[in-house]
Design a protein around this ligand. Sequence first.
Ligand SMILES: [Zn+2]
Length: 159
Amino acid sequence: MFRVGIGFDFHRLKEGKKLVIGGIYIPDEKGFVAHSDGDIFFHALTDALLGAIGYGDIGELFPDTEDKWKNADSSIFLKEANRIVNTAGYEIVNIDGVIILEKPKIKPYREKIIENTANILKIQKNQIFIKGKTYEKLGELGKGLGAECRVVVLLKRKI
Ligand SMILES: [Zn+2]
C-alpha cells in the first residue's frame, strides 16, 4: 500500500542571516528569518512525511513558541518525522522537491543536499531529487525577499 504526502514551506530572507538548505550552508549575503534555522527543504519534507501518514504537522510537533527549537538544526525535525513514519510501518519510495529561490543557484549545491538528506533519512541518493526555480524577478519573492519549497514524498508499507 502506498501513501503520498505534500509539504510546503516559506521563510523571509534578510541580510546577515544564515542560508541553510537541506542542512547545507550556502554562502550568500541573505539568509532565513526563522525561529529555527529556517531550512525550507527540511521543513517542507518533514511536513510531507508527517502528512503522508496523517500524523500532524511540523508546527504541532515542534512549536515555534518553544525556546528549545530556537535556532534549532532542522535535521532534528526531519529525523523525528522519519522515525514516526518508520514506526508507523512505512518506508520512503522517493522524494521530489522544488526550491524557489531567486539567488544563488541551487544546482551547485544539489549533490551535497541530496547526499546529506539521504544520510539523515538512511535511504539511497537516487530516491531523492531537488531542483531550483526562480520567480524570474517577479513579485516579492522575485525581489529576493523570501524563498519557498514544495516537496512530494511517496511512502510504501514495509513488508
Ligand atoms: Zn520553515
